[in-house]
Design a protein around this ligand. Structure first.
Ligand code: TYM
Length: 336
């Protein structure tokens, strides 16, 4: 059985515990994570070190780290099948990030759209961590010799730079890292804000009506969808773009229907009916997650035991790679 697990291809992914998780995180990432867990050897991480690139209240960060783990499990991720851990518990992430910083160019980091967006939003705190964020993310991925990284479309550029860094390192020092591929689902890849459909739905948005939280209750979800921005047309068609395309995308991600099937279903119906239906299917998808979360979050000892064994398992793989890297770059190793 252990041999079988070792032969499986490797997946790594993570979510920042920088806010409460949204429908975007669920449909863009978590839902795919649980689909992939049987076929792959998966490492799913709570990336707390990435979260502090933006100011965090320490007590909230600590609480949300455990809550994020509970949301992973409540979303159907099985701790018996995958490795679940917290990034700061495996110090190899920070160590590899330093080495990779020295194989990453200032110019390529300057081109990252997330850096540009986040520095525009945090003008008073454009710290070096925000700038080198993609290098830590590359370290996360490359430490596990990852084949596939399931993410939403917004992270594609970060996977591309991780590939470039890995290729550069391999060319300089000899093959060391597997070159990872992104895995981006079809419908949930880019869930947009409900109030400004040209912006991505984000847990850090100031307007609570712009996002659905995974843990929102049914009434709140229905209310938020009722207020969602649509467009000036009256027919439910994807080609109209904007808010309606986003709602169709959410509807299809939650039900597994195609856009054409959904358009047909709402032929002759108004936006009011459509928005209510989207709210219903979304609330129905999230309800079991919320119920499971409520149970799990009470059991700190259980959650901590998962993190403890997760960190041990992850460390074994991570230090294997880090050792190799240290040897290749020429760090002096003392005899044991
Ligand atoms: P984060 O925490 O912003 O988001 C976590 C995951 O959710 C996806 N996502 C979305 N998908 C569709 N629509 C949306 N509106 C939406 N919002 C978020 C993200 O694409 C992501 O998959 N840098 C990463 C965290 C990270 C990571 C990694 C991911 C750190 N190291 C290594 C993969 C591998 C981030 O900020 O995700």
């Amino acid at each position: 059985m252990a041999g079988e697990t070792e032969k499986k291809k490797i997946i790594f992914s993570g979510v920042q515990p920088s806010g409460n998780l949204t429908l975007g995180n669920y449909l863009g990432a978590l839902k795919n994570w649980s689909i992939l867990q049987d076929e792959y050897n998966c490492f799913y991480c709570v990336v707390d070190m990435h979260a502090i690139t933006v100011k965090q209240e320490p007590a909230s960060l600590r609480r949300r780290t455990l809550e994020t783990l509970a949301v992973y499990i409540a979303s159907g991720i099985d701790p018996e099948k995958v490795t679940l851990f917290v990034q700061s518990h495996v110090s190899a992430h920070a160590e590899l990030a330093w080495v990779l910083n020295c194989s990453t160019m200032f110019g390529e980091l300057s081109r990252m759209t997330q850096f540009k967006d986040k520095s525009a939003k945090n003008e008073s705190n454009i710290n070096a961590g925000l700038f080198t964020y993609p290098v830590l993310m590359a370290a996360d991925i490359l430490l596990y010799q990852t084949d596939l990284v399931p993410v939403g479309a917004d992270q594609k550029q970060h996977i591309e730079i991780a590939r470039d860094i890995a290729e550069r390192f391999n060319n300089t020092y000899s093959p060391t890292f597997v070159i990872p591929e992104p895995y981006i689902g079809k419908t949930g890849m880019r869930i947009m804000s409900l109030t400004e459909p040209d912006k991505k739905m984000s847990k850090s948005d100031e307007n609570a009506n712009s996002y659905i939280l995974i843990l929102d209750d049914k009434d709140t979800i229905i209310k938020k969808f009722k207020r969602a921005v649509t467009d000036s047309n009256t027919v439910v068609r994807y080609e109209n773009g904007g808010g309606i395309a986003n709602l169709l995308n959410i509807y299809c991600s939650c039900t597994g229907k195609t856009i054409e099937e959904a358009e047909k279903e709402f032929e002759g119906k108004g936006y009011g009916d459509f928005k209510l239906a989207v709210g219903e299917v979304c609330a129905d998808s999230l309800e079991p997650v919320r119920q499971k979360f409520d149970e799990l979050i009470k059991d700190t000892a259980y959650l901590e035991s998962i993190l403890k064994s997760g960190a041990e398992k992850a460390s074994r793989q991570a230090y294997k790679t880090l050792d190799k890297v240290y040897r290749k770059v020429g760090f002096y190793k003392l005899p044991r």
